[in-house]
Design a protein around this ligand. Structure first.
Ligand SMILES: C[S@@+](CC[C@H](N)C(=O)[O-])C[C@H]1O[C@@H](n2cnc3c(N)ncnc32)[C@H](O)[C@@H]1O
Length: 248
């Protein structure tokens, strides 16, 4: 299954309020970092998905024209249903978006950079107007761990995936290297705690592509182990470390 197929298959779960709330919060933190620096007229959103962050872009930059892109047509269909004014759509991977002929004041991606091929920031930077900026939020590794994180580590050990699908352990220094060619790179890491019934969290992680991202072909096996190890727990907590990068 391609990444787009993984997201398409579960887009109806991704588009639920309890899932989108999590992404909206992060997108708002990122937009908050951009807004003092820039009042963009044209925005390219990459990995726009079902529109949790597109809504935030509209709120912070109401006059901007937005081109919202994502490789999953089904994710974008949910985004379209939000009927946001001055938003156009294109089914594209971020790596392909780098070939667009337009220029943008802001290229924005909420919790999607970790899916892109290495070096994508360089291609996207070529789309910026002279005062334009790139803004991304992406998960990085961090110290704080909830009981859910410990269960995930146990599953990694049991399936022996560390190293094979270890991209999720992306460090801040590795992320900074991606943007090193740009002047003015600001990063900030925020920690979010997500506490909910483990069955719901397991389903949300499926819709977010997390099982696939971390465990690759062992995604289903990992989700089954999650069910096994969380049986009887009313609630589970995951600690997320999200790095915001604004560069340009
Ligand atoms: C976790 S979702 C985030 C969606 C949205 N930004 C939000 O805040 O809700 C990750 C998104 O990245 C998209 N994606 C995966 N690989 C991509 C790529 N190579 N280029 C662009 N988007 C990609 C997926 O289709 C999915 O919609």
């Amino acid at each position: 299954m391609s990444v787009a197929e993984v997201f398409s298959a579960h887009s109806h779960i991704y588009a639920t309020a309890e899932n989108e709330r999590f992404y909206t919060r992060i997108a708002a933190a990122l937009a908050e970092k951009v807004s003092p620096r820039l009042d963009p007229g044209k925005i390219l959103e990459v990995g726009a998905g079902t529109g949790a962050a597109t809504i935030i872009l509209k709120r912070y930059f109401p006059k901007a024209e937005i081109l919202a892109t994502d490789p999953s047509a089904e994710m974008l269909a949910h985004n379209r249903r939000k009927k946001l004014a001055h938003v156009r759509y294109a089914c594209l991977r971020a790596e392909e978006a780098a070939c667009l002929e337009d220029k943008f004041d802001l290229v924005f991606g909420n919790i999607c950079y970790h899916w892109f091929e290495k070096g994508t920031a360089k291609g996207l930077a070529g789309l910026l107007t002279p005062s334009g900026v790139l803004a991304f939020s992406t998960p990085t590794s961090g110290q704080e761990k909830g009981d859910g994180n410990l269960i995930l580590f146990r599953i990694c050990r049991e399936l022996g995936v560390k190293g094979r699908h270890g991209r999720h352990l992306s460090s801040l220094s590795r992320l900074r290297k991606e943007f090193a060619h740009l002047r003015n790179v600001a990063t900030e890491t925020m920690t979010l705690r997500e506490t909910c019934p483990p069955a719901l969290l397991g389903t949300l992680l499926r819709a977010r592509g997390s099982w696939t991202f971390v465990f690759g072909p062992e995604a289903d096996a990992a989700e089954n182990l999650w069910r096994k190890y969380t049986t009887g727990r009313p609630l589970t907590t995951l600690s997320w470390h999200i790095t915001l990068v604004v560069a340009g």
